[in-house]
Design a protein around this ligand. Structure first.
Ligand code: SAM
Length: 273
């Protein structure tokens, strides 16, 4: 058996590819690519004419035989559309099977959106938790966020632009108004980092429709809650806002943001006021 190379490729800027990655892609017998058209563009840019076969979410098990037949004859490279294969991209099953069959697995490190986003974010880099793509359904999203609410390390998730505002709403409701960073279009022309508390970043993206590829970073839980909001304190704050003429709904939303408590629970407390 030969070697299976796990080759990281650019996440936008085609210059982000290592010399070693180019050499390996040039020398292997076969490249298994998530989307052969995307990879062909990269290979054309570097005049590499290696044979390609598709390896994606929907054929990742049925394609194993083809890939192991090629590995019996020579080396194979696995690439995804962007970044590091296996990171929210196909790869895990093939890598696991290769190890089980005694194939040497060699990673060729390179671009990866979450690491680029983390080091550019300004949030603590000494430890982090990668959450992958967050669940789409509202209840599942909130419970996924609840599950990490006590986590001290920086949280990182991949997110789609059309769910970003909703996700930030859920972050505010479940984790409180923590520092967040939206890293957008990394390595590309419109690369951008939007940093601030979750409510300010959410408001920014309410005004400016999110576009492009997005990595979301959320500051870990503070060492000690800066302030404790017990039920009485929540009621006092609600009382003041209701006296100012705010609707129950708006008052509950604001106090939920300030206190970091769930909006529904705050709304229920407002019924006592
Ligand atoms: N394997 C890739 C890696 O190593 O980063 C991740 C693949 S995952 C299917 C694609 C997601 O990664 C996008 O939806 C976005 O959340 C994030 N992403 C990819 N490229 C990005 C970029 N240039 N800027 C910000 N986020 C990016």
């Amino acid at each position: 058996m030969h070697t299976l190379y796990i080759v990281a490729t650019p996440i936008g800027n085609l210059e982000d590819i290592t010399l070693r990655a180019l050499r390996v892609l040039r020398e292997v017998r076969l490249i298994a690519a998530e989307d052969t058209r995307t990879t062909r563009k990269l290979l054309d840019r570097y005049q590499i004419a290696a044979p390609l076969t598709s390896y994606h979410e929907h054929n990742k098990l049925s394609k194993l035989d083809v890939i192991f037949e090629a590995l019996a004859e020579g080396d194979v490279a696995l690439v995804s559309d962007a970044g590091t294969p296996g990171i929210s991209d196909p790869g895990y099953e093939l890598i696991g099977e290769a190890i089980a069959r005694g194939v040497t697995v060699v990673p060729i490190p390179g671009p990866n959106a979450l690491v680029a986003a983390l080091v550019g974010s300004g949030l603590p880099t000494d430890g982090f938790v990668y959450l992958g793509f967050l669940p789409r359904k509202a209840a599942a999203l909130r419970s996924a966020l609840h599950a990490v609410s006590a986590e001290r390390r920086t949280l990182i998730a991949y997110e789609s632009p059309n769910r970003l505002v909703e996700t930030l709403d859920a972050v505010i409701a479940t984790l409180g108004d923590r520092p967040v960073v939206v890293a957008r279009e990394l390595t590309k022309l419109h690369e951008q980092f939007i940093r601030g508390n979750a409510s300010a970043v959410r408001d920014h993206f309410r005004e400016n429709e999110p576009r492009g590829e997005i990595t979301l970073l959320i500051g870990g839980a503070p060492d000690q809650p800066a302030e404790t909001w017990d039920d009485e304190r929540v009621r006092d704050a609600l009382r003041a806002l209701l006296a100012d003429g705010l609707s129950r709904r708006d008052a509950a939303r604001l106090v939920a943001e300030q206190s970091g408590r769930e909006r529904r629970a705050v709304y229920d407390l407002s019924l006592d006021v």
